[in-house]
Design a protein around this ligand. Structure first.
Ligand SMILES: *Cc1c(COP(=O)(O)O)cnc(C)c1O
Length: 462
């Protein structure tokens, strides 16, 4: 399997190179040149597998340049850090199937991809004799999952910027209590947007990027998407076993369109998905895209589901490439237009095509709390605010013809304030957070400027 860029200037590169490239060198996003189509027999065989074996089979369709035994070892090591024997268990509550993706070390679904990606980076760097300095900005979840993915790994240093005092206390502690020598937490005196801007500018200095071998861990990396395709197969297999259903819905709390794009790939591979239901919060750009063909960004509104507070979904470009019938020229000019005007619009025919795959609505803060409260009253099960948006939309938009699988993207203990407002008590804290407040911390507070961050990197980079 070879990879190519959505913008058409990077072609025919192997998986390993695609992983190390991250963002394609022409500014586009990398995709496999073809998507394998599975037969019903293939699907039956996959449905019988335990999670690590399934991950190996699904990833093997897309990876030809890593020996099987090595890939297996990386997958097994990644998922041995998960606290549940099923890795991503499916639970049945209130007529819905909840796919719990939060049993990894930082209690968010991003661990599923980043535990694997950390091993993959270490493996590829050992092979090439190179090193890498990862630089990223986080509003909370990505930072801790990336830090846990690469802590203690050889030939990798990681520098994560978070906005000082603007992430939740649990999120801050999860990052700053990792004291491995290769982990650098930088609390910038500014906002998440400032952090993202600094990272963008630093990567934009191509000479600096090359000199310090800068690497990225955001969800534009194809390996992250690929690792997430696996659990769509897993959840479908579990639900089919329990219900015999011929098709399923998936409901996905969405920000950067990475997680739901993994579901789109699974559907294109032949997984019988009736619809992908896309939940947004008040930052409803993707709901407007699906329902009216209106993709226009506005101000970011802070909500109870901060990991979805996004107005420009970086992975949408991958879907648009397919919507434009794999026409790189059309895609490139659309992305240039979006960069200039912050706006794209789509024809009635394109909207009809989007509706063949996606349904969407946005869920406001009051509805999010009401969903947590009602679900808790009905079942005793506590939802995190991100998951709650997916539960609400999954219930409202599915037609009742097939089972609905809702992706639970974070453990409620990461967002105790919203949960407390909804149900009048804090969620139970899992054991991995015990004593978090008392652990040693390492973090530097720095001025929010690109020059300051570059100077810091130059001093501490490998
Ligand atoms: C990152 C995140 C999301 C959004 O996922 P995307 O891949 O960006 O769409 C949803 N919920 C939680 C808890 C997250 O951390």
């Amino acid at each position: 399997m070879k990879y190519q860029s959505t913008r058409g200037q990077v072609k025919n590169i192997p998986f390993k190179q695609a992983v190390m490239m991250g963002l394609a060198e022409d500014g586009g996003l990398l995709l496999p040149e073809t998507i394998p189509h599975l037969t019903p027999g293939d699907l039956d065989a996959l449905a019988k597998l335990a999670y690590p074996e399934l991950a190996f089979q699904v990833m093997s369709y897309f990876i030809e340049d890593i020996p099987s035994a090595d890939l297996k070892t990386m997958i097994d090591r990644a998922y041995s850090s998960f606290k549940h024997p099923d890795i991503t268990p499916v639970v049945h509550q209130d007529g819905l199937y909840i796919l719990e993706l939060f049993h990894g070390p930082t209690l968010a679904f991003k661990d599923v991809a980043l535990q694997f990606l950390g091993n993959l980076f270490e493996y590829l760097l050992a092979e090439s004799g190179e090193h890498m300095n990862i630089l990223g900005a986080t509003s909370g979840d990505t930072g801790s999952a990336a830090i846990y993915g690469v802590r203690g790994k050889k030939n990798i240093n990681i520098f994560i910027l978070h906005p000082h005092k603007k992430v939740s206390p649990v999120q801050e502690l999860q990052m700053t209590t990792v004291t491995d020598a290769n982990v650098f937490n930088l609390a910038i005196e500014g906002t998440f947007d400032d952090g993202q801007q600094i990272v963008k500018e630093t990567f934009g200095d191509l000479e600096f990027k090359k000199q310090y071998a800068l690497g990225a861990v955001n969800s534009i990396n194809w390996a992250r998407i690929l690792a997430q395709v696996v659990y769509y197969f897993y959840a479908w297999g579990q639900v089919r076993k329990q219900t015999g259903a011929k098709k399923v819905y998936f409901s996905v709390p969405t920000g950067n369109f990475g997680d739901i794009f993994a579901g789109y790939i699974a559907k294109r591979m032949g997984l019988p998905i009736e619809k992908l239901v896309l939940a947004t919060n008040a930052n409803n750009i993707l709901a407007r895209f699906v329902n009216a063909g209106d993709y226009s960004s506005s101000e970011v509104h802070p909500t109870f589901s901060p990991s979805m507070d996004i107005q420009n979904a970086s992975n949408l470009e991958r879907y648009l490439y397919y919507l434009f019938n794999e026409d790189s020229k059309q895609l490139t000019s659309a992305m240039q237009q979006f960069a200039k005007t912050g706006k794209l619009s789509f024809t009635a025919k394109q909207i009809a095509e989007i509706h063949e795959t996606f349904l969407s609505t946005s869920v406001d803060n009051d509805q999010t709390l009401a969903t947590i409260r009602d679900f808790h009253n009905a079942t005793g099960y506590v939802l995190d605010p991100h998951t709650a948006t997916g539960i609400k939309v999954g219930k409202d938009l599915s037609a009742g013809d097939y089972p609905v699988i809702c992706l639970a993207t974070a453990h409620p203990a990461k967002f105790p304030d919203a949960v407390n407002q909804a149900i009048g008590r804090d969620p139970q804290r899992p054991a991995c957070l015990d004593g978090l407040e008392d652990r040693e911390r390492r973090c530097e507070i720095i001025h929010a400027s690109t020059d300051t961050v570059k100077r810091y990197l130059a001093k501490h980079a490998l």
